[in-house]
Design a protein around this ligand. Structure first.
Ligand SMILES: Cc1cc2nc3c(=O)[nH]c(=O)nc-3n(C[C@H](O)[C@H](O)[C@H](O)COP(=O)(O)O)c2cc1C
Length: 324
């Protein structure tokens, strides 16, 4: 009789342990997140109502589209092309400029989850001006994409994907804010660990890996011409996931600051894979087009199912598990 009672007690603790324990809750750069899934920059633009759709869809945090000092019209359309394993985009950082963004995000009280700012510029001094402006609002962190593969004057096409340029930009921005600075790098570059180390040394609080890769090209064989008006675009979605997993795995062994893994994630199992590679949080972008705005909620449920089956009770237990 005593054994049966004990057995029921154990069962009770097990079941309620799972229900009550905030299994997916985590902390990133001292910011509390209800789950480790972050809406990637650029996917839902610079409009609060659009970003709120990701919050309603279960995101643990959301990132705004990268904003520049002046308005940018971006590249001509077509600026998106789908292929079997993902998509190419060549938006060219179209955005209304910092003044409009500051108006849009002056009040962030409608958000229950942290909002991450993102900005883009062609030199360290403009990056610093943007960070100084964004610092005044209630953003939880500021992301610096030094890694766009398809926009002349910004990212890789202006040489920002080098340790030297990274150091210069991060040092200039570090002077303008105490908020966490996330440096977004590109997994298609050789020597990403050196770039991440330069960012870490210059005062970055985390690395986001990765921006879109490439650039790549898709040709319409009927018109005989590239599909994108800009001809080339950054590759995102399924195709880039193994490269991102390998990059995050390598970075985890080289840097001390945490990593946001990003690229090709569309299922809870993918999130777990990237956590095991060494990411502390995971971004989701293109998968919204595949699974809807509630892809975050779907991934959380898949993660919970897998974690319960395999006896994991926290995100922290999974981070870096693939390493020796
Ligand atoms: C349409 C589109 C627009 C993007 N715009 C930005 C941007 O403004 N700033 C940025 O840092 N990354 C931007 N990205 C890159 C994403 O944030 C992300 O790094 C990339 O898409 C890889 O993740 P995914 O495979 O989950 O989409 C954009 C990606 C797409 C597809």
């Amino acid at each position: 009789m005593k054994e049966v009672a004990l057995c029921f007690l154990n069962l009770f603790i097990f079941i309620f342990g799972w229900v009550l324990l905030p299994v997916l809750e985590t902390t990133f750069c001292n910011v509390s997140l209800k789950n480790p899934l972050i809406l990637a920059s650029g996917i839902l633009g610079l409009n609060k109502n659009n970003l709120l759709r990701a919050q309603r869809g279960g995101a643990g945090a959301v990132t705004i589209k990268s904003v520049s000092l002046e308005e940018r019209s971006g590249h001509e359309t077509p600026n998106i092309a789908f292929f079997e394993a993902g998509m190419l985009n060549a938006f060219g950082y179209c955005n209304p400029g910092i003044e409009e963004a500051l108006k849009e995000f002056s009040d962030l009280s409608c958000f229950e989850v942290p909002v991450i700012a993102s900005c883009t510029a062609s030199n360290a001094s403009d990056f610093a001006k943007l960070v100084e402006a964004l610092d005044k609002l209630d953003f939880a962190a500021i992301e610096l994409p030094l890694s766009c593969p398809h926009t002349p004057g910004h990212g890789l096409l202006v040489g920002q994907g080098t340790p030297e340029a990274t150091k210069e930009i991060v040092e200039a921005c570090r002077k303008k804010t105490k908020k966490p600075l996330l440096v977004k790098i590109n997994a298609s570059l050789p020597g990403i660990a050196e770039i991440a180390l330069a960012a870490e040394k210059a005062g970055a609080n985390a690395i986001t890996c990765s921006n879109t890769l490439g650039p790549g090209m898709v040709i319409d064989i009927n018109s005989t011409k590239p599909v994108l008006a800009f001809k080339v675009g950054g590759v995102s979605g399924h195709a880039i996931r193994p490269i991102v997993v390998r990059s995050v795995y390598d970075l985890y062994e080289r840097i001390k600051i945490p990593i946001i893994g990003l690229g090709g994630i569309s299922r809870g199992e993918h999130v777990i894979e990237l956590l095991m590679a060494g990411a502390s949080c995971v971004g989701i972008g293109t998968a919204i087009a595949l699974r809807g705005h509630n892809v975050f909620e779907k991934c959380c449920n898949e993660m919970l199912g897998w974690m319960k089956k395999h006896g994991y009770k926290s995100i922290e237990e999974l981070i870096g598990l693939a390493h020796e």
